[in-house]
Write a protein that binds this ligand. Structure first.
Ligand SMILES: NC(=O)c1ccc[n+]([C@@H]2O[C@H](COP(=O)([O-])OP(=O)(O)OC[C@H]3O[C@@H](n4cnc5c(N)ncnc54)[C@H](OP(=O)(O)O)[C@@H]3O)[C@@H](O)[C@H]2O)c1
Length: 338
């Protein structure tokens, strides 16, 4: 019986999340029942949405219950199976949570998916060729719907979602401008991800100054914007939007600790006849196959080389998660468990 070290939500944060909100424990993995599969997780995905689940508040998804294993995407290998479609050694992606092993009822549709690691490394199924990549695909393709030659901007550009948006927009012949925190991230966004330009928002005191930098980087204005952050970044982008521009509202990480994020110039939505649309990727399962195919091709061919921040060991998950919420990650934040 393998020992399973796991992390539970112990209490809810007031303001910022802290390591004290979590509790570590070790238990034996249970005996498998018919239809169940035992997975050894190789990587755990840490994602900003987890901060919202830690609150007991009305949202698009129910809160993470106290005293239960933190929710999270995982990739790993089947070590034991009592389901005919899964065998020991299979590489799989699922929602195993913040723990080393999980027992999955594989009879549940979509609970577990086999993945092919011939051209795409296993960890990328939690990032570029997983939920964050599909998120970028949905917002770009279904909301921004850019035409070749149009200008698309994206905030948190070096991150898991932002980097995918850039790769997908470049593949559609757009001018792509990133917004990211710090010179290292901006150099990476331009030189390795192939964006046309990238602006370091941290050197700007206010949104008017950032809007000036955007004017230089986007001489023809902004036709589409993919928003991951909110606040000053969104205010600056709004000032540079063209008539009939589209904003895909994907995330508002600048406000995840509860800060209000007022908008400076909402009248621009009217003046520029803009489409501003929020979305939740898990509510659009119909687009996942097409999105995963395109993302898999971009990564498999080496056209898109996503970066990862990898913390070691399940014990490191709380600190790595808190770091992600402060922008300390550089690319997709993972925890390596094997
Ligand atoms: N709608 C959906 O279905 C959906 C699905 C997945 C993700 N999302 C959202 O997409 C966004 C990106 O997610 P991701 O997984 O790709 O994360 P990520 O970009 O890999 O990491 C988060 C990044 O946010 C940036 N950031 C900007 N302002 C920040 C602030 N005030 N505080 C903290 N961080 C700040 C940081 O990058 P810089 O250093 O460059 O600022 C940080 O590295 C998040 O808002 C997330 O909630 C939405």
């Amino acid at each position: 019986m393998a020992q399973n070290t796991r992390i539970l939500l112990d209490n809810r944060p007031v303001g910022e999340a802290t390591p004290g909100n979590f509790r570590l424990e070790t238990v034996a993995t249970p005996t498998l029942q018919d239809g169940q599969v035992l997975i050894r997780h190789h990587y755990l995905s840490l994602d900003p949405y987890m901060r919202g689940r830690m609150n007991d508040a009305k949202s698009y998804a129910p809160p993470q219950p106290l005293g239960e294993v933190m929710i999270g995407g995982t990739v790993g290998e089947v070590v034991d199976s009592r389901h005919p479609r899964f065998a020991a050694g299979d590489s799989v992606v699922g929602m195993g949570g913040w723990q080393q092993y999980s027992v999955v009822d594989a009879t549940q549709p979509g609970a577990l998916r086999k993945v092919d690691t011939t051209h795409v490394p296993l960890s990328h199924y939690l990032g570029a060729v997983g939920m964050p990549g599909v998120t970028g695909w949905y917002g770009l393709v279904k909301i921004i719907d850019p035409k070749p030659g149009q200008t698309v901007t994206v905030s948190a550009a070096s991150g898991a979602v932002g980097s995918a948006v850039g790769a997908l927009a470049k593949a559609r012949g757009c001018r792509v401008v990133g917004i990211a925190g710090g010179p290292d991230k901006c150099v990476y966004v331009k030189n390795e991800l192939g964006f046309d330009d990238c602006i370091d928002y941290r050197v700007h005191q206010d949104y008017l100054s950032l809007a000036k930098a955007l004017k230089q980087a986007c001489p023809n204005g902004i036709d589409g914007h993919f928003e991951n952050v909110g606040g000053m970044v969104l205010d600056a982008v709004m000032l540079r939007t063209n008539a009939f521009s589209r904003i895909a509202v994907c995330g508002m990480i600048a406000g995840y600790d509860g800060q209000p994020l007022p908008m400076a110039n909402p009248a621009l939505i009217l003046v520029n006849r803009m489409r501003v649309e929020g979305f939740i990727v898990s509510e659009h399962m119909e687009i996942w196959p097409a999105a995963l195919t395109e993302l898999g091709q971009l990564v498999g061919s080496g056209t898109f080389r996503p970066r990862e921040s990898v913390a070691e060991g399940i014990e490191s998950a709380p600190d790595a998660f808190i770091g992600l919420l402060k922008g300390r990650n550089f690319g997709k934040q993972l925890v390596k468990l094997v």
